[in-house]
Each structure stands twice: as C-alpha cells, then as structure tokens.
Design a protein around this ligand. Structure first.
Ligand SMILES: [Fe+2]
Length: 289
C-alpha cells in the first residue's frame, strides 16, 4: 500500500474510518500517511484489526513513548467475575468516565493520545463519544475567546470523581487511593486554551477534571467550565463510535475530549487502552515546569 489511505470521514468536524490495512504490519509509507491523517482528523477508526496486546502497544509506540501499556478497561475481573454493583470501585471508575474528559490532564504530563481496542462488546455496542475542542474553540464568539485568553484551571481526578460521587470506597493507609491518577502532588494547572504542539491550532482544554479557574470564585469557575463543555460537545463537533469486537482506534488527546456511555453492567465488556505519553515541552502542567 502506498501513500493513499482508504479513508472515509465520519459525519462530524473531525474523525475518519480507515479500511484496507493491517495495523500489525504497516510499511513506512503507510505509517506516515496514518500519522498525517491522525493530526488532520484527530480520531482514526480501524475496523476488524483484532490486535494482540503486544501488537496494540507496538502500534501505539509509533506515536511516542507510552504512559502505560495495554490495560483492561472492563467490568470483568481477573477471576471472571462481572462487577456491576453501584458501590463497587471498578464500577465507580467506569461510571466516572461517562463525563467528557481529556486523559491524564490530572497528571503532571497530559497524554498525547491513546490506542483503544474492543475485545468483548456488550449488545448495545457501548459507544465511546469524542468531541472536537479545536472546532469548539473556533465556534466561540470573539468576546468569549478573549475572556478565555490567559485563563488557567486546575485538573484533578480527586475533584472529578468526587464531584460525580465516584471516589473509591477503598482507601490506603494514608487515607488516599491506590488507583492510577490519584497522586499526592499539587493539582495540575493548565491553560483553558491550548496551542496544539504539532498543528499550531488553538483548542479548548476543559472537561470533567478541570476546576478552580485562577482569579474566579469556585461557583463562577464551575459555571463557566460547565457551560463550555455543554456548548462544545454538540453536533457537528461530536461523534459516538459504537463498538464491534476487533475495532482499534487512535485519538489525539491534545485536541479531543472523550467519554464513555452507559451500558448494562451485567453484560461483560473488555476494552484495552494503551496510553501514549505527552511530550514534556508541550504537555507539562504550568505549575510543574
Ligand atoms: Fe479516558
């Protein structure tokens, strides 16, 4: 396969489906075409790939270092037990992800992107939503763009899970949580308007982990951040991908928000998530520099 991908844009301001290639065995030219398409579309969907965990990680490594290798996002425990009770910490983690977010904005270095694959899919397809924060920024009126310039918000998983009522029940001996993302460092401070390091285009950096805009009262900050998400995450800037087993997708986490959607938790679902690390030059929180 040469330069040209079999690529079909989805019905939104971003996103495309790519067919006719195997991610496990890409030639150099095809990889370069994928990389360019990823920056252009922000979200690429590759049906029927059925990658192994190693193949998934190898594909992700083409984009950069890994924040973490393929990890299960699932309601199926190691023993095969299905977690479905509302007070179960696995369920709380799954439900929290139903709010729009960028991955790892609560960590010192925001993620660059992720490769996400479907191994076991419940009957409803358990769609994942994506939203284009570049188009959302461009759709704002000039006054709002001016209001946002220079504003910074904190990002924290304690905040987002606490607000949604999904903090884990199980604490460690220091009174904190052992799950990924609940770190003891300062909450991470990030500009509301981010310049994408590879395209140079501005986009919003918002979502459920963001709170406490510097210089605003908490309620005013919360109202502004909530309003921005509601206005941003609507057509034509959203796409919900209904999963089929074997699908693989990769998204640009610097540009897009994403969210899980509700499904019948008594049905098994097992997804695999490989998180691509952001580069420190562009993704480091401003108070960690
Ligand atoms: Fe996520």
């Amino acid at each position: 396969m040469g330069e040209t991908l079999d690529i079909e844009p989805v019905d939104a301001s971003f996103g495309a489906t790519v067919r006719g290639l195997e991610l496990r065995s890409l030639d150099g030219q095809t990889w370069q075409a994928i990389r360019r398409a990823w920056l252009e579309y922000g979200l690429l969907i590759f049906p029927a790939q059925h990658l192994t965990r190693d193949e998934q990680n190898e594909f992700a490594l083409r984009f950069g270092e890994l924040e973490f290798a393929a990890a299960p996002i699932s309601n199926v425990g190691k023993s095969g037990r299905i977690h479905s009770a509302p007070d179960d910490d696995v369920v709380k983690g799954i439900r929290g992800n139903e709010g729009w977010h960028h991955d790892s904005t609560y960590m010192p270095v925001q993620a660059k992107g992720a490769v996400f694959t479907a191994e076991i899919v419940p009957s409803c397809g358990a769609p994942t939503g994506f939203a284009d924060m570049r188009a959302a920024y461009e759709a704002l009126d000039a006054d709002t763009q001016q209001q946002l310039a220079g504003l910074q918000a904190y990002h924290s998983l304690y905040y987002s899970q606490g607000r949604a009522g999904y903090l884990p029940s199980k604490t460690n001996d220091r009174g904190g949580y052992d799950q990924y993302g609940y770190h003891d460092g300062e909450p991470c401070l990030r500009p509301l308007v981010k310049i994408h390091p590879e395209t140079g285009r501005p986009n919003l950096c918002i979502g459920r982990h963001a709170y406490g805009i510097i210089g605003m009262e908490p309620a005013e900050s919360e109202a502004l951040l909530d309003r921005l998400v509601v206005e941003a995450c609507r057509p034509p800037r959203v796409h919900f991908h209904r999963w089929t087993e074997g699908d693989a997708i990769v998204w640009d986490n610097r540009r897009l928000l994403h969210c899980a959607t509700e499904f019948d938790l008594t049905e098994p679902r097992r997804m695999w998530h490989t998180r691509i690390a952001g580069e420190r030059e562009s993704e480091l929180a401003v108070n960690y520099a």
